[in-house]
Design a protein around this ligand. Structure first.
Ligand SMILES: [Zn+2]
Length: 341
């Protein structure tokens, strides 16, 4: 997983609302299987490369692209939060036009809560607003931690995050937003005066529900998130990366079943028990693989055997393992798209 995140950073240099199972099945925009690819689009070059490759991806059968942009957009509400080489509205509109011409749904992603640093590099939010940090003043140079988190209880943080989400939803003309939320290890920390001693699952669920209220409640669009913090590592033996060993998993019963769970697993396994687990609870699940072709094939096949109408299809992540212009040759993607035609 650490490799995944290194690659992503390189690439990026980048109320619970009532469940409504019926509307969940007939997802807005796409009624056929979701044949998706996820990639970082947090800089001008990546957006332009993706724009040029969309026709070939559509030719393969890809009908959804999740573009992780984070701080790689020239935000008008918070220009201080844009990374160097962040893309602009015109580039996004060009990408969107090509996607629409080829009937590909474009879903932006903004990584919330965790993943606010990598290695010694802290992401723009906590550089500009260090008071939002869950562990303020701790871990100089990010030594000894995986990634920084923002504090889900800071009274001002969502105002900033929502302003960025609003801009992304507008410029992408989005009917869905992916909010990340994977690998949140720093939550409910003693270093945070607001969160110290609080139940981590409740804190995590509050963050999810806050975002869901904004995205599905205010904007009336769909929300996607990664599923790892909702899987109990004590029950499903995935390990601490692709499942939660830090007491967040009970949040799975505290959030809306209308959220789409991107259930990522990148290794070859006999079973991927989280797929039926999430389905049984009523979620829509979008199983997500990475670069190991045998693992992706096993996960696709398992999902088809254990899926139901709420198992949406397959999402291939890339994490920089394949160049954007070589995506149409990416074997895991070719297998998954072919399997869901
Ligand atoms: Zn806190």
């Amino acid at each position: 997983m650490k490799i995944k995140c290194v690659l992503l950073i390189i690439c990026l240099l980048s109320t619970a609302v009532q469940a409504n199972d019926k509307s969940a099945v007939s997802a807005r925009g796409i009624k056929e299987p979701w044949r998706g690819v996820h990639l970082g689009i947090g800089n001008k070059k990546a957006v332009e490369q993706l724009t040029s490759v969309v026709p070939r991806l559509a030719g393969l059968g890809v009908n959804v692209i999740v573009g992780e942009i984070n701080y790689g957009y020239q935000y008008k509400s918070h220009p201080e939060l844009a990374r160097d080489n962040a893309c602009n509205a015109k580039q996004i509109k060009n990408l969107l036009a090509v996607c629409r011409r080829h009937r590909v749904r474009l879903i932006p992603q903004f990584q919330c809560l965790g993943h606010q640093s990598w290695s010694k590099n802290t992401a723009p939010l906590l550089i500009n607003y260090p008071e939002f940090d869950e562990t303020p003043g701790k871990y100089p140079d990010n030594e000894g931690i995986y990634c920084r988190s923002w504090c889900p209880l800071h009274p001002e943080v969502n105002k900033v995050a929502f302003a960025l989400m609003d801009e992304l939803i507008e410029v992408f003309e989005a009917d869905a937003l992916h909010v990340g939320l994977d690998e949140v290890f720093l939550i409910g920390e003693d270093a945070c005066t607001r969160c110290k001693g609080k139940d981590k699952a409740t804190l995590f669920a509050k963050a999810v529900n806050d975002y869901y209220k904004h995205i599905a409640g205010k904007h009336k669009i769909e929300m996607l998130m990664w599923g790892d913090r909702l899987i109990d590592a004590k029950i499903i033996n995935y390990g601490k990366w692709e499942a939660s060993a830090n007491d967040t998993a009970k949040a799975v019963d505290l959030i809306s079943k209308n959220i789409i769970i991107c259930d990522w697993h990148y290794e070859l396994r006999k079973e991927y028990e989280s797929v039926p687990m999430f389905l049984k609870k009523g979620f829509r699940v979008w199983p997500s693989s990475w670069k190991k072709t045998d693992a992706a094939m096993a996960f696709v096949d398992y999902s088809k055997r254990h899926g139901n109408a709420r198992m949406l299809g397959h999402l291939n992540t890339t994490w920089g393992a394949v160049k954007i212009n070589e995506l149409p040759t990416f074997k895991p993607l070719r297998y998954a798209t072919e399997s869901f035609k």
